[in-house]
Design a protein around this ligand. Structure first.
Ligand code: SF4
Length: 377
């Protein structure tokens, strides 16, 4: 079906505004239908902060068990600040976007050292902490301290775009500025945390990306998109880049009943400080045995004897689709050296569970479990 761009009916130089009745109607609806999510049980800024960081790019249903486990392991900000980074990453494992966990941990250490363990209430101080962007700042200040800051996640952005029939693509600076100004303009004088949550909840439960349930919507009478019947066409998405496939060679090298794991550098763009089996993209026209020998020789300084082919792990990261072909091998000789990693470890198989690993690498471990290695040396 063609998606015609709707005609604009809002001024480009000002935010969409609403009256007080809109705010009270939305909040009354929220009190009636709100989900009893575990981070909504109190206004503890630490719990709100952890949940908001986890919820970035991640579904509520996925976050709930992680949140509960994380809070059991680190019940207070002081517990998180005192924990080793490896333990924090292990608790985060599977949620992805590990930079969030490292920033959370660093920020907790700063709060413990410089703010006596108390979450700062000033926007300027919060904004200086690692990993606290405009959304997280607004969510903490409004929900924990009832300060008048908006919190615009993808759900709230969709609702606002539809309410105002905003027809510029998401992701443009014009839309970002408009969203921020609009989200500020619609805030009530009090109960800001509840209002922000109500807007997001509306996007999550009613004003969904597809098939918004306008007939059940509590704020339908204020909605310009519904009035014009263009709610399905909004918001306008930014143009997406084409997906790209990358084939990788991965190897599990064994030596004296141990397996070689390498640790990514702390400043790696992705999966920093996590452990993995050595792997790298196949070069043009390279076959798997050649690629694995190159990887072992060039990146690790090891001479290896190839063993069985263990399988293929398919995974995606943003628009990239990876196919990781995994083989086993045995170290013959060579002195271990590292070119692309900061640490290596010959690991007993039963120690793998304690090391933080990216999800695709944990699947490699499972591959190993499905086909136990025969350790000959
Ligand atoms: S009326 Fe429909 S499009 Fe408008 S806010 Fe409600 S659910 Fe969304």
């Amino acid at each position: 079906m063609s998606r015609r761009r709707p005609r604009r009916n809002v001024p480009s130089d000002g935010p969409f505004t609403v009256d007080r009745r809109f705010q009270s109607t939305l909040c009354t609806w929220f009190r009636r239908v709100r989900r009893p999510l575990p981070w909504r049980q109190s206004r503890d800024p630490y719990r709100i902060w952890v949940s908001e960081v986890m919820l970035q790019q991640t579904q509520v249903a996925t976050v709930i068990p992680y949140f509960q486990r994380f809070l059991q392991t680190f019940p207070t900000l002081a517990d998180l600040a005192a924990a080793p980074e490896e333990e924090v990453l292990r608790q985060w494992e599977g949620l992805g976007y590990y930079r969030r966990a490292r920033s959370l941990h660093r920020a907790a250490k700063i709060i413990a050292a410089e703010y006596n363990g108390e979450m700062p209430r000033e926007a300027e101080a919060l904004a200086r902490l690692p990993g606290i962007g405009r959304y997280t700042l607004g969510a903490i200040l409004s929900q924990a301290f009832d300060q008048r800051y908006p919190a615009v996640d993808a759900n709230a952005a969709r609702v606002l775009c539809r309410l105002a029939a905003w027809d510029q693509p998401l992701g443009t600076s014009a839309t970002q500025s408009w969203l921020q100004a609009t989200a500020e303009a619609v805030l009530p004088a009090q109960g800001v945390g509840e209002f922000n949550q109500a807007l997001m909840e509306l996007g999550s439960l009613v004003c969904k990306p597809r098939n918004p349930e306008c007939l059940l919507c509590p704020v339908r009478k204020w909605c310009q998109a519904a009035r014009r019947g263009i709610q399905e066409q909004l918001p306008i998405k930014a143009r997406q880049k084409q997906p790209c496939t990358i084939v990788e060679a991965g190897v599990i090298i064994r030596h004296r009943r141990r397996l070689l794991l390498v640790k990514r550098c702390a400043d790696a763009a992705r999966w920093a400080s996590l452990w993995e089996f050595p792997h790298s993209p196949l070069q043009d026209h390279e076959d798997l045995p050649t690629a694995v020998r190159h990887l072992a020789g060039n990146d690790l300084g090891l001479n290896i004897e190839l063993g069985r082919f263990l399988g293929v792990i398919a995974y995606g990261v943003t628009r990239f689709r990876y196919q990781l072909h995994v083989v086993e091998a045995r170290r013959i000789c060579g002195r271990l050296r590292l070119r692309n990693h900061e640490e290596a470890r010959w690991t007993k198989p039963d120690e793998l569970a304690n090391l933080p690993m990216p999800s695709p690498q944990r699947r490699v471990v499972r591959l190993l479990g499905a086909q136990p290695l025969k350790c000959r040396s």
